[in-house]
Design a protein around this ligand. Structure first.
Ligand SMILES: [Zn+2]
Length: 414
């Protein structure tokens, strides 16, 4: 059942999961039902079937049944929740100057988070090594064993081949092209792993937060400019090669001979990214004391109404607005979300982008379109990573894998 890494990798080798069991688990994880009677009522399954499946999940340590604290007269009701041994999810959002990492339980609640100070241009082994080390440290701090990680998801700031599990010709990321990031992570955590583009994860994080507000287009304005698109059915659109949303290299409407990292001139990334704005203002991106110096300094200058900073920000807003107006034509989203450090600079960016999009795009496409900055701030990609992970953990394969694990491991403390 297990390969040399210690976890079951081949779905074909896993036992089939009864539909009833999956339904029972779904209802408990979503919080829709917390007792056997409620599960039977909501699922329409026979009480004996529910009992059988609950017993199976409790015996495997995935669910636990505890007595409710507030007891009415007579026997206190028994409540079903995910067991502490059910496992955890480890996620990271790798960015140009540092990476955010977090541990969550299987309901998606963040248990602990931290930052790994490592630049993406240090190369995949250094970055993934530092990220893994921080994650293992967080697991230890929260008292969760490294052997109970069910899924690892890492966002990367460049095009990602989702199927192969690696970055593909990313800009400014030496050594990452084709590097087997997923293999590195699954070996380190002995669990299935996924890598995805960071803007895709941001879009998913925002879409999960505001359910029903899809299709959703999220644009990350950071070192580069990337877009993520979530369809009305909640699926991330990745394109044929994972390059969908790599919009920073579209030629800026304003035209310019600014040289881009890709070798072309006039890319919107070279004019309107956070990095480009810092360069225009002569602000160093990072210093020895503060790896995020540029971010902090720009916030300070904009807050003080420094005219040069405000002007640079408005110019960037116009360029980004032109780009988004075009994307609105292509995708017709219900919601447009601006993320990344430039989006955290208050209303100048947002109002500039809105002005251009509402002026340029057709009334039909903008009639019910809302344009906002991210609701989740710098954590939105982590939330998207958690959402992607829980989908996999509670897929038929994920559940089968969990059950197979628990048959072979003696559940601890139960
Ligand atoms: Zn370019």
């Amino acid at each position: 059942m297990r390969d040399s890494d210690g976890y079951a990798t081949d779905p074909a080798l896993l036992p089939a999961v009864p539909a009833g069991l999956r339904r029972v688990l779904d209802l408990v994880v979503s919080g829709e039902a917390t007792s056997r009677a409620e599960i039977a009522r909501r699922s329409g399954l026979a009480r004996s079937t529910v009992g059988q499946q609950v017993d199976h999940l409790v015996a495997g340590g995935i669910l636990q049944e505890i007595e409710a604290q507030k007891s009415v007269r007579g026997r206190p009701p028994r409540v079903l929740t995910l067991g502490p041994q059910a496992g955890t999810i480890a996620v990271a959002d790798v960015d140009a100057l540092a990476s955010r990492v977090a541990i969550a339980d299987l309901t998606g609640r963040i248990l602990a988070q931290d930052i790994a100070d490592v630049r993406v241009d240090a190369g995949p082994e250094a970055v993934l090594g530092a990220v893994s080390e921080r994650l293992l440290h967080l697991l230890e701090r929260t008292g969760r064993g490294p052997d109970r990680v069910r899924q690892v998801v890492v966002g990367l700031p460049g095009p990602v081949d989702f199927q192969r599990g690696c970055a593909v010709r990313p800009n400014g990321m030496p050594g990452w092209d084709g590097y087997p990031a997923v293999e590195f992570l699954s070996e380190r955590f002995r669990a299935p792993a996924l890598v995805d583009n960071d803007a895709n994860l941001m879009a998913l994080g925002e879409a999960v937060q505001e359910q029903g507000d899809t299709p959703l287009l999220c644009i990350k304005i950071g070192t580069g400019i990337g877009a993520g698109f979530v369809s009305a059915t909640g699926e991330v659109y990745r394109g044929a090669d994972g390059a969908a949303g790599d919009v920073g290299h579209i030629r800026a409407a304003g035209g310019s001979d600014a040289l881009c990292t890709c070798g072309n001139v006039g890319c919107v990334r070279a004019l309107a990214s956070h990095r480009a704005v810092l360069q225009q203002l002569g602000i160093p991106e990072s210093t020895d004391e503060d790896p995020l110096h540029g971010e902090h300094e720009l916030v300070r200058r904009v807050a003080n109404n420094d005219p040069h900073a405000v002007r640079a920000l408005r110019q960037a807003a116009t360029e980004i607005g032109e780009l988004l107006a075009m994307l609105v034509y292509v995708f017709n989203p219900r919601r447009l979300v601006l993320g990344g450090p430039l989006s955290e600079l208050g209303d100048d960016l947002l109002s500039g982008v809105r002005a251009v999009v509402y002026q340029r795009a057709l009334p039909l496409a903008t009639r019910d379109l809302t344009i906002t900055t991210t609701q989740l701030g710098s954590g939105s990609a982590l939330h998207g990573a958690i959402a992607l992970a829980t989908r996999d953990v509670f897929s038929a394969t994920g559940i089968a894998r969990m059950l197979a694990d628990d048959v072979e491991d003696v559940p601890v403390g139960s």
